[in-house]
Design a protein around this ligand. Structure first.
Ligand SMILES: Cc1cc2nc3c(=O)[nH]c(=O)nc-3n(C[C@H](O)[C@H](O)[C@H](O)COP(=O)(O)O)c2cc1C
Length: 169
């Protein structure tokens, strides 16, 4: 089983989390809204998807902010984590997907194995903290329901296919 742990202020990341739940299989994944469940899933799941939007010029979404310090005291060394970010590449081009990058950095520092990098090719932005070292990929799936809502479904579908082997063998 894979835990999909998401936070969402205006519902876009929640919608994406629900789509991932469907594409990976509702019998193989369980949804947790950070607002209600906090990080309780970390106790029971070794395979996780963390989903969050970036808000307020490079800030972490409010519900994730509430559990932010807890991540530093969690051992991720036996855990596999994939990341999903939601952002707006035109209005916030300097901070596109920053929150995903910030969460990734913390989780990696605590020993997690990360899967699900995603190519930057179909986006236009100026800067992002969510890039991998070679800057050709994001550390996780980047979604943009403000500027490219028509691409979300296909991106989710393809990314789910990509991570299936890592999560389900
Ligand atoms: C005031 C405001 C600030 C935002 N700041 C950023 C930002 O710094 N980087 C980014 O990529 N997106 C930013 N966004 C876009 C949101 O991430 C985007 O609207 C997202 O879909 C919201 O997700 P949610 O509905 O799950 O809360 C911002 C949006 C607003 C309204």
């Amino acid at each position: 089983m894979v835990a999909i742990v998401y936070g969402s202020t205006t519902g876009n990341t929640e919608d994406a989390a629900n789509k991932i739940h469907q594409y990976l299989g509702s019998d193989k994944t369980e949804l947790f809204d950070v607002k209600d469940a906090g990080l309780a899933a970390l106790e029971y799941f070794d395979k996780l998807i963390f989903a969050l939007p970036t808000w307020d010029y490079g800030e972490v979404q409010a519900d994730w902010q509430d559990v932010w310090d807890e991540i530093d005291t969690t051992d991720f060394s036996n855990k596999t984590v994939a990341f999903v970010g939601m952002g707006d590449q035109f209005a916030y081009a300097e901070w596109f997907q920053d929150a995903m990058g910030m969460l990734h950095e913390k989780v990696v520092a605590k020993g997690a194995k990360v899967v699900g990098h995603w190519p930057v090719t179909s986006y236009e932005f100026d800067a992002s903290k969510a890039l991998t070292e070679n800057k050709e990929t994001f550390v996780g799936l980047a979604l943009d329901d403000d500027c490219q809502p028509e691409l979300t479904e296909q991106r989710v579908k393809e990314w789910c296919e990509q991570i299936k082997p890592a999560f389900f063998g």
